[in-house]
Design a binder for this molecule. Structure first.
Ligand code: NDP
Length: 452
């Protein structure tokens, strides 16, 4: 290969756009990473010559399949399912399954791409993948969800395996859905292996997996604040979402002495000026996981709180720190400006790509403490990796040991970001640091394999 085959950043992005028409989320994720990687690759011929970034931005494979199921009224329903296996250079494909009507191939390709870098950052041997369906679990009976999960796994099972591809939960997929899918996998293959993570404790799950993403995002925040000699204690936090990641992020903020002011769902957000205490968080967990209710119900239970509907997001509530923990592109340029104007000093993303490109550029220009999800929400997949290790060895580690490992891993990710993202004058560009540290590990493994 010759250097004439090098492309510059604009031509690279142009090529990504042309090859992936109608996939804005995927193009957005690749653009954000490419901006940093092109700078890093300057003068490093080996990465250019082997076309490494071009290869990481082309999934190893995208599997798409039909999922038929019967609703409680006997109607036949048809959904589309996917598994995107992005890259397995450093370990089996690993990444969650999302059930949400907004799921498209573009969304899953962006998530699998991001997952590749995130998993590399954890230091554990995991490649990147993601899957899901446009199935909407909201308003469905438990039997309908079970029938859907069984049908989904009846197709997916042939593409996954403990050493091949290990899915986990994500939006709309929690312990209940993992149970239905693991049960069907076991039934079809007659094997009890660590093929899924996020399993129940009685059947191969790991302690603290449920809490790990939210807790990890707060540990990352803690690491960032400490670079300025600050602590979480006394800080006012604005959090979006009210699912697994949001409620556990809220819990850890409260445990560390901070005050949580907001939570949200796709219908709007609640603002509780008195603070969302542990008791209130437990109430929300029950509302979401057992009653399957809506966050607006919070204000009937806790006086003094208000609900803002119409899909409103909480970024206008004055805070010291913000944790977007709902979904992609939920925080735009205007939201970023509002947060800054209100004095927000740190943003730690619990969700994947919650801040759009304009928002990211605004946070970076303001040089606040801003952590991209691929670094700050990696705690979940890290404990999933530890669940895989426990499954392989047929052992269960103690909670205190796992807590210690999670703390260590988040500290390690922070250190990797600082290594590649520090400007030498006290500012750390965590986006750049995470992109480069994740890329380097995957890229060096790919170089070792030659052209495959
Ligand atoms: P849950 O399904 O438990 O909760 C999702 C929350 O986000 C709900 O409150 C949901 O509200 C809200 N939400 C979902 N879609 C939208 C939307 N389009 N607009 C507004 N609100 C929305 O999911 P998780 O907590 O597991 O995941 C949240 C985020 O964290 C996702 O980006 C996910 O990829 C990421 N993540 C999750 C990990 C995990 O371990 N679970 C690991 C790493 C990242 P509603 O009920 O109204 O839809």
């Amino acid at each position: 290969m010759t250097s004439s085959e090098h492309v510059d950043l604009p031509s690279f992005i142009d090529g990504v756009k042309k090859r992936n028409p109608g996939q804005p989320e995927f193009v957005q994720a690749v653009t954000e990473v490419a901006e940093d990687i092109f700078e890093f690759m300057r003068g490093k011929e080996k990465y250019h010559e082997a076309q490494i970034l071009r290869r990481i931005a082309e999934p190893d494979r995208v599997i798409s399949f039909r999922v038929c199921w019967e609703d409680d009224k006997g109607n036949i329903r048809v959904q589309r399912g996917w598994r995107v296996q992005n890259n397995n250079a450093i370990g089996p494909y690993k990444g969650g399954i999302r059930f949400h009507p907004s799921v498209t191939e573009s969304v899953l390709k962006f998530l699998a791409f991001e997952q590749t870098f995130k998993n590399a950052l954890t230091g554990l041997p995991m490649g990147g993948g993601k899957g899901g369906s446009n199935f909407n679990p909201k308003g469905k009976s438990a039997n309908e969800v079970m029938r859907f999960c069984q049908s989904f796994m009846t197709e997916l099972y042939r593409h996954i395996g403990a050493d091949v591809d290990v899915p986990a939960g994500d939006i709309g997929v929690g312990g209940r859905e993992i149970g239905y899918m693991f049960g069907q996998y076991k039934r079809i293959t007659n094997q009890f292996t660590g093929v899924l993570t996020g399993k129940g404790l009685e059947w191969g799950g790991s302690l603290i997996r449920t809490e790990a993403t939210g807790y990890g995002a707060v540990y990352f925040l803690q690491n960032m604040l400490r670079t300025k000699g600050l602590e979480v204690e006394g800080k006012r936090a604005v959090i979006s979402g009210s699912g697994n990641v949001a409620t556990h992020a809220a819990e850890k903020i409260v445990q560390l002495g901070g005050t949580v002011l907001t939570l949200s769902d796709s219908e709007g957000f609640i603002h509780d000026p008195d603070g969302i205490t542990q008791e209130k968080i437990d109430w929300v967990k029950n509302l979401k996981n057992v009653k399957r209710g809506r966050i607006s119900e919070y204000v009937k239970e806790f006086k003094g709180a208000s609900f803002t509907g119409g899909g409103a997001r909480p970024w206008g509530v004055a805070c010291d720190v913000a944790l977007p923990c709902a979904t992609q592109n939920e925080l735009d340029g205007n939201d970023a400006k509002t947060l800054l104007a209100n004095g927000c000093m740190a943003v730690s993303e619990g969700a994947n790509m919650p801040t759009n490109l304009e928002g990211v550029h605004i946070f970076k220009a303001a040089k606040i403490l801003y952590a991209p999800g691929k670094a700050s929400n990696a705690g979940g997949v890290a404990v999933s990796g530890l669940e895989m290790s426990q499954n392989s060895a047929r052992i269960s580690w103690k909670e205190a040991d796992l807590q210690e490992m999670l703390l260590d891993i988040m500290k390690g990710i922070h250190a990797s970001c600082a290594e590649y993202g520090s400007d030498g004058n006290g500012y750390i560009d965590y986006v750049k640091g995470a992109n480069i540290a994740g890329f380097k590990k995957v890229a060096d493994a790919m170089l070792a394999y030659g052209v495959v």
